[in-house]
Design a binder for this molecule. Structure first.
Ligand SMILES: Cc1cc2nc3c(=O)[nH]c(=O)nc-3n(C[C@H](O)[C@H](O)[C@H](O)COP(=O)(O)OP(=O)(O)OC[C@H]3O[C@@H](n4cnc5c(N)ncnc54)[C@H](O)[C@@H]3O)c2cc1C
Length: 439
C-alpha cells in the first residue's frame, strides 16, 4: 500500500472533514475498504505529520476529528496500538522506507500490533529487560520472554524492546524492533483475567528472527525510541474519555471479518452525545445520578457527596484539557501534563468504581462472564449501566498500572518536573551485565 495523505488546507479542519465525510462515507463499503479510505486520507490518525499519513493536528483538534466522525454517523477509525503508539513512534524515528512499510497498514487497521516491552523482571524498571537480540549477519536472533502483552494473541507485529549490548549501562544497550509475530520461534500463551476476558498473553521467543532493516532508530538507542512510544501511550490515556470504544488491537476484532459492511457497526460504536438537545453539556456524573435515582440512593448524603465529587473531577479534567489546549495554542507546554493526566484518570476510575459500588450495593458483585449472563443482567434494574459498573469494579485498577504505575508517574513528576533528588542507589552507570541480580 503506498500513497501519502492529502496536504491539509488552512481552513478549519472540522469543516474540511465534514466535506470529506460527505464525499467519502459509504455504509455499504466493507470495513477494510472504509478504513483504507479513511486511513490514507489522514483522518484516521490526524495527529501524525502530513507526510506520514496524518494531518499534523494538535491533540484537541484530533479529538474533535474523532468526535466528528462518530457524530456524522460514520464508522470510527481503527483504534489500538498500531495507530496510537507505533505510527507516531515510526514517524519520529523511522526511515522513509520504514514509514511507508509500516504506517499505512497501521492507520488502515490492516495489521494489528502489540507492545513487547514488559517482562517478568522488568515492568517499572523497564530498562532492566533481559530479552536478548544477538546479531547474525543481516538478522537478529531473539531469545527471552515478555508478559502482560495486550492483544499478543491477535497481533501481527510487535514493538519489541531487546537487549543488544549487555556490556553497557542498562538504558544504553536496548534496541526497538518491528517484530513479526507470525514465525516459528514465537509462542504466545494467552492469560485469563478476573474480568473473564483474555486480553493479555505471555510471549516466549526461542531463536526468533528479526531483520536489521526492521530496527527502528539507531542500534542501542531503543530507550529513546521507547520513550516516544510511552509518551504517546500516556498522553493518549490521559486525554481519552472512558466512553470511547476500543476497537481492538487487530482491526478484524471489530468486525470479526473485515469484509463485512461498515455501516453494520456504526450503531454499536456511536458514543453518547456531548450536549443534550437544550444545548447543555451533561454532567460527567450523569450516569451515576440516574443510577442513584433508579436504586433509591439519591437521598443518601454520602452518595450525594461522592456524586458531587464525580462531577468536580470531570470538570477538573475538562478545565485541564482546556488549559493544555490554550498553552499549546501559544506554542507552550505544561511540563509533566501527560503524567498528571494519567494520574488523574486513574483517580477518577477508582472514584467512580467506588461510587458505582456504593449505589449498587451487593449487586456490584454480580458479573456476566458470558454473553448469556450479560443479557440477563441487562434485563435487571439498571441494565447495561449495572453491567458497565460491575465490569469497572474488576478492571478499574488496570489503568493505574499500565503505561507506568501511579508511583512511577509520581517519581517522574518529582524528579523531572519538580527537580527533586533522584532515588538513592542509582545504578544507571553500571554495565547491565554487572548489575546485582536476584537468585
Ligand atoms: C491492563 C494492563 C495492560 C498492559 N499491557 C501491556 C502491554 O501491552 N505491553 C507491555 O509491555 N506491558 C503491558 N503491561 C504491563 C505494565 O506496563 C506493567 O505492569 C507496569 O509497568 C508495572 O510493572 P510490574 O507489573 O512489573 O510491577 P512492578 O514494577 O514489579 O511494580 C510493583 C509495585 O512496586 C511499585 N514500584 C516499582 N518500582 C518503584 C519505584 N522505583 N518507586 C516507587 N514504587 C515503585 C509499583 O508502582 C507497583 O506498585 C500492562 C499492564 C496492565 C495492568
Amino acid at each position: 500500500m503506498t500513497g501519502t495523505a492529502t496536504a491539509p488546507s488552512t481552513t478549519d479542519p472540522i469543516a474540511e472533514l465534514h466535506d470529506w465525510l460527505a464525499d467519502n462515507w459509504d455504509p455499504d463499503l466493507s470495513v477494510a475498504k472504509w478504513w483504507e479510505r479513511l486511513g490514507l486520507s489522514g483522518w484516521a490518525a490526524p495527529l501524525l505529520p502530513v507526510d506520514c499519513y496524518g494531518r499534523g493536528l494538535n491533540r484537541s483538534d484530533a479529538l474533535r476529528v474523532a468526535q466528528t466522525i462518530t457524530e456524522f454517523g460514520a464508522l470510527p477509525a481503527p483504534m489500538g496500538m498500531g495507530i496510537g503508539l507505533v505510527s507516531p513512534t515510526i514517524a519520529t524515528h523511522g526511515t522513509r522506507e520504514q514509514i511507508e512499510r509500516y504506517i499505512p497498514d497501521a492507520v488502515t487497521g490492516r495489521l494489528g500490533w502489540c507492545q513487547l516491552f514488559s517482562e517478568p523482571g522488568a515492568g517499572s524498571d523497564l530498562a532492566g529487560l533481559a530479552t536478548r537480540a544477538a546479531r547474525d549477519g543481516d538478522v537478529w536472533i531473539v531469545n527471552g520472554q515478555k508478559v502482560w502483552t495486550s492483544g499478543g494473541h491477535l497481533a501481527d507485529l510487535g514493538m519489541l524492546l531487546a537487549r543488544t549490548d549487555p556490556t553497557v549501562p542498562k538504558h544504553q544497550g536496548i534496541t526497538w524492533f518491528a517484530f513479526d509475530m507470525h514465525q516459528p520461534g514465537v509462542e504466545v500463551r494467552p492469560l485469563r483475567e478476573m474480568t473473564g476476558n483474555t486480553m493479555f498473553s505471555e510471549v516466549f521467543f526461542t531463536d526468533a528472527v528479526v531483520r536489521d532493516d526492521a530496527r527502528i532508530g539507531a542500534l542501542n538507542n531503543g530507550w529513546t525510541v521507547a520513550n516516544t512510544t510511552l509518551f504517546h501511550e500516556r498522553s493518549g490515556m490521559g486525554a481519552r474519555s472512558g466512553a470511547q470504544v476500543f476497537l481492538g488491537p487487530r482491526a478484524g476484532t471489530v468486525a470479526g471479518d473485515l469484509e463485512r459492511r461498515a455501516g453494520d457497526f456504526v450503531r454499536t460504536t456511536r458514543s453518547t452525545p456531548r450536549r443534550s438537545d437544550d444545548g447543555h453539556r451533561p454532567s460527567p456524573a450523569a450516569t451515576y445520578i440516574t443510577l442513584a435515582r433508579e436504586f433509591g440512593r439519591n437521598a443518601d448524603p454520602v452518595v450525594r457527596q461522592r456524586l458531587a465529587q464525580a462531577h468536580i473531577l470531570g470538570e477538573i479534567t475538562r478545565l485541564n484539557t482546556e488549559r493544555n489546549k490554550a498553552t499549546r495554542a501559544v506554542g507552550g507546554d505544561i511540563p509533566g501534563i501527560a503524567n498528571f493526566s494519567k494520574l488523574l484518570m486513574g483517580h477518577i476510575l477508582r472514584h467512580n468504581r467506588d461510587l458505582g459500588a456504593a449505589i449498587l450495593g451487593a449487586r456490584s458483585t454480580l458479573h456476566g462472564y458470558d454473553t448469556d449472563s450479560r443479557d440477563s443482567l441487562n434485563d435487571a434494574p439498571g441494565g447495561r449501566e449495572v453491567q458497565t459498573i460491575t465490569a469497572q469494579v474488576l478492571s478499574a485498577q488496570a489503568l493505574p498500572i499500565f503505561g507506568g504505575t501511579d508511583q512511577i508517574q509520581r517519581n517522574i513528576i518529582g524528579e523531572r518536573v519538580l527537580g527533586l533528588p533522584k532515588e538513592p542507589g542509582d545504578l544507571s552507570r553500571v554495565p547491565y551485565n554487572e548489575l546485582p541480580k536476584n537468585g
